[in-house]
Design a binder for this molecule. Structure first.
Ligand SMILES: Cc1cc2nc3c(=O)[nH]c(=O)nc-3n(C[C@H](O)[C@H](O)[C@H](O)COP(=O)(O)O)c2cc1C
Length: 191
């Protein structure tokens, strides 16, 4: 048995082609995001998709943290926000970020299926993102992401900084499942 290829092959890439993303594919990504489950079906997520043609693009890019400058090459930059007051709170757990994350992951899987790549980021100035994209003060920008077709690192070698080269060549790792997956009861988790 094999893992779903979209999950197995997904990666947060940092080099994108200039090639535009077809509107048909954008529509499918929106469908994937909107059909995600959410607490009480509140669907408390708002997506702002910004292409290179949008007048808000430059100020959105300015809100990226310095280390995320690579994201400027992506055909789309997307901000995802929610109003924490409007989302579910059960057992004092605010579910807005959880719901929004489920929706983004649904979009990510569809993007992989369509041959696209998504790279999520928390490194940005929230106030500047809100100002750039006209997002109301009541919203929290939980995540932004770069979207597009993956670029060929070999062809772009001259344009890539040493820091990015290091990022690209770094091995992707995960915790050993024994550390955070348990059967029956928890073993060895620090109290
Ligand atoms: C909520 C969140 C915030 C992230 N923020 C950043 C970021 O600001 N910059 C960045 O380069 N990658 C960021 N990442 C990507 C992670 O570093 C990446 O998912 C992780 O290293 C695992 O790599 P993989 O996605 O290729 O499996 C973020 C991912 C998530 C889910």
């Amino acid at each position: 048995m094999q893992l779903l290829s979209e999950i197995r092959n997904r990666q947060s890439v940092i080099v994108f082609q200039e090639r535009d993303v077809e509107q048909e594919k954008i529509d499918l990504l929106i469908e994937a995001a909107r059909w995600a489950p959410s607490c009480f079906n509140k669907q408390e997520w708002n997506y702002v998709l910004v292409s290179k043609k949008d007048e808000t693009r430059a100020s959105f890019e300015d809100a990226l943290s310095f280390g995320n400058g690579w994201a400027k090459s992506a055909p789309y930059l997307v901000a995802v926000s929610a109003n924490p007051e409007q989302a579910c709170k059960i057992n004092n757990i605010p579910y807005y970020a959880y719901d929004l994350g489920l929706s983004v992951m649904s979009l990510v899987i569809e993007a992989e299926h369509q041959g696209l790549r998504v790279h999520q980021m928390a490194g940005y100035d929230e106030k500047r993102v809100k100002a750039a994209l006209n997002i109301p003060a009541s919203q929290r920008v939980v995540v932004i992401f770069a979207l597009g077709y993956e670029g060929d690192v070999e062809k772009m070698k001259d344009k890539i900084t040493e820091k990015i080269k290091k990022k690209i060549t770094k091995a992707r790792t995960r915790k050993d499942p024994q550390e955070n997956f348990f059967f029956g009861k928890v073993h060895g988790l620090v109290a």
